[in-house]
Design a protein around this ligand. Structure first.
Ligand SMILES: [Zn+2]
Length: 365
């Protein structure tokens, strides 16, 4: 090989190399430009979606309402997020469906029981928030949950584990007149007339926001005398076996009782069985019940804030000593109040998020 040949080879190699470099950099800059175009388009869509959300009555010229709905839907695909799925008896499963087309009402199918929905349209899009209470008596095991929103379908699997409920044998002198009155036929009829109809009540409007709080300050001496779900019998009689549906907070007589969360007061009066009673509807299917108080504030029909004074602790009705019976329900289902007060509770464990493709539920704990 002479020098001439070597020179030609070098020139050819250099030419090929520079062509390759040119080609690659052209492709890279093309990709960059494409990414920039996409980002720009996405930003424009976001901006338009936000504008449309802020001015729901402004429809761009030449766009029908249906087209607009589809357009907005394409900006914000539906998102399904599940809260904590490792649950205990008395717990709560929470689910969130974001950017659901306006005309669609989602459905939830599960052997755990009925779900309660609230709709949030505060940003112009339809978001649905669902809670499924897990009964204290729900059998432990795996449960499937199917969520349908129009053509979209999501599946999430939930595990319910057994919660070890305490057992208590209450010794009560049933000949004491106040105890006899509290368990009389009249007392039962009054309970069925005043309280029973309020139990299934579900209002769509949600008054509560954030963590629920303990309605009393325990002070140095206060304690929980009966837990949620505790199995109770009276005077050793197995026929009286029942689950305690609330929490008994043993504090001094006269201790102020405050609303656990914001809501509408459904009832505030004396009843033979539950004594001085307050019932608050927090909306979105949540209600709280306060029994055996010494006094009650006359608040029926009013909307109150979290922490509003609703009465004082006492021992009225079917009660053996000063304590507050505090009960919380989702729909008809009593749930553990303490679980509602933990920031990690199922009801708060839903975070915003996105999913990859339909049918996959992103779980957050
Ligand atoms: Zn109680």
């Amino acid at each position: 090989m002479c020098n001439h040949d070597i020179a030609i080879i070098i020139i050819v190699v250099a030419l090929v190399a520079s062509l390759f470099v040119l080609f690659t950099s052209a492709r890279l800059s093309e990709e960059k430009a494409e990414a920039a175009r996409l980002a720009e388009r996405e930003a424009a869509r976001e901006k338009l979606a936000l504008t449309l959300a802020s001015y729901p009555n402004v429809v761009p010229r030449g766009v029908s309402t249906e087209e607009l709905a589809k357009l907005m839907q394409s900006f914000r695909p539906a998102v399904f997020v599940s809260g904590r799925t490792e649950l205990e008896q008395g717990d709560i499963l929470s689910l969130r469906l974001e950017y659901i087309p306006d005309d669609i009402v989602p459905e939830i199918e599960t052997a755990l029981g009925p779900a309660i929905f609230t709709k949030d349209v505060s940003d112009g899009f339809s978001h649905w928030y669902a809670i499924v209470p897990v009964s204290h008596s729900r059998a432990a095991g795996e449960y499937g949950v199917t969520v349908r929103a129009g053509e979209l379908e999501y599946e999430v699997n939930v595990t319910v584990s057994e919660y070890e409920f305490d057992f208590q044998n209450m010794i009560i002198d049933t000949s004491v007149p106040s105890v006899a009155d509290a368990t009389s036929a009249k007392a039962i009829a009054e309970f069925n007339e005043k309280i029973t109809p309020l139990i299934p009540l579900i209002s769509e409007e949600r008054y509560w926001d954030g963590l629920f709080v303990m309605p009393v300050d325990f002070g140095p001496e206060g304690f929980i005398s009966t837990q949620f779900g505790e199995i109770r019998i009276t005077n050793g009689n197995q026929a009286t076996r029942r689950s305690h549906l609330g929490m008994d907070l043993a504090v001094d007589r006269g201790t102020p009782v405050h609303a656990t969360g914001a809501g509408r007061v459904l009832l505030s009066e004396f009843l033979l069985n539950t004594g001085n009673t307050v019932i608050i509807d927090h909306g979105g299917g949540l209600k709280s019940f306060y029994y055996h108080m010494d006094s009650v504030e006359d608040l029926a029909g009013t909307i109150i804030e979290q922490g509003t004074l609703i009465g004082t602790v006492g021992s009225t009705g079917y009660s053996t000593g000063p304590h507050l019976h505090f009960e919380m329900r989702i729909g008809e289902q009593p749930i553990s109040p303490s679980m509602l007060m933990e920031p990690e509770a199922g009801i708060y464990s839903v975070q915003y998020g996105t999913i990859d493709g339909v049918g996959a539920a992103e779980e957050r704990s």
